[in-house]
Design a protein around this ligand. Structure first.
Ligand SMILES: NC(=O)c1ccc[n+]([C@@H]2O[C@H](COP(=O)([O-])OP(=O)(O)OC[C@H]3O[C@@H](n4cnc5c(N)ncnc54)[C@H](OP(=O)(O)O)[C@@H]3O)[C@@H](O)[C@H]2O)c1
Length: 253
């Protein structure tokens, strides 16, 4: 794990959507430990408040990123409270597990409203602040964008869109000094894996099967994604834009 540099992001402000759990929480805690003011968002106040208790650098605004008014409120909150935005992490996401034979348009809307539309919406609404700060955007993709798995076509389709938005925005925003990259994780143990209908025994067998398919023979630790995000948001990555970083333990090569 890379070491924490406490002043790395001093004076900077970050938004991490879905910062109450999993990868988002690990990234929020890392940016805060490295000196940034971090605003997290999600739909459940008690979860966000718990994370905010861990650092006086972390504040929160409850919001559903699929609702236009909540996205606008988040952008306004950061503008009013901090007057700047240096790091936008579009992390909140959901992984529906549905074979195409059973997909409904409700499934489609649920997946694409959060995994794609919300990302575009928050990015557009925070762009004036990001451009002013010559900031950076990190989008969360998935190895599924390029290594498709059964029953995940909605998710893999949505994340594939995120990868090309990342490349396109990197081109559009280069002249404004805003870098845009994506992180494409493999398998990290977070709540996103709790959505299957499997009983405990079958879920364990499912997880063992996943671990066995990973060359490094373990699932990732969310802090490993946070270390990568910290690098991509820093000046060390000043020449990196439009890149998609896989972090998979070798899965899906
Ligand atoms: N874990 C993995 O193995 C893995 C692999 C590849 C990609 N990813 C990507 O990594 C990102 C983070 O996932 P995770 O694994 O950390 O899962 P997670 O723990 O389930 O986190 C998802 C977060 O998104 C928030 N969220 C969900 N719906 C929302 C909405 N409508 N508005 C605002 N926030 C919402 C959730 O909070 P509330 O429910 O409280 O709103 C939660 O904090 C996702 O984009 C995911 O696709 C994860």
């Amino acid at each position: 794990m890379s070491s924490i540099q406490t002043n790395k992001f001093s004076g900077k402000t970050a938004i991490v959507t879905g910062g109450g759990s999993g990868l988002g929480r690990a990234m929020a805690e890392r940016f805060a430990a490295e000196g940034a003011e971090v605003v997290i968002t999600g739909r459940h106040e008690e979860i966000l408040a718990e994370v905010a208790k861990t650092s006086d650098k972390i504040s929160y605004l409850v919001g559903d990123m699929t609702k236009d008014e909540d996205v606008a409120a988040l952008a306004d909150y950061v503008k009013d409270k901090f007057g700047r935005l240096d790091i936008l992490v579009n992390n909140a996401g959901w992984c529906p597990v549905v074979p195409i034979q059973e997909v409904t348009m409700e499934n489609y809307d649920q997946a694409f409203n959060l995994d794609v539309r919300a990302v575009v919406n928050l990015t557009v609404k925070t762009l004036p602040l990001l451009i002013k700060a010559r900031g950076t955007i990190i989008n969360l993709s998935s190895t599924g964008a390029t290594n498709v798995a059964p029953n995940l076509s909605l998710y893999c389709g949505a994340k594939a869109a995120i990868e090309n938005f990342t490349r396109g925005w990197a081109m559009d925003l280069a002249k404004d000094g805003v870098r845009v990259n994506a992180i494409a994780p493999g398998a990290f143990k977070t709540n996103i894996w709790n959505v299957t209908d499997l009983d405990e025994e079958a879920a364990k067998a499912h997880e063992a099967g996943i671990v066995n398919s990973i060359p490094l023979k373990r699932m990732g630790d969310p802090r490993e994604v946070a270390a990568l995000a910290s690098y991509l948001a820093s000046d060390d990555a000043a020449y990196i834009t439009g890149s998609i970083y896989k972090i998979t333990g070798g899965l899906g090569q």
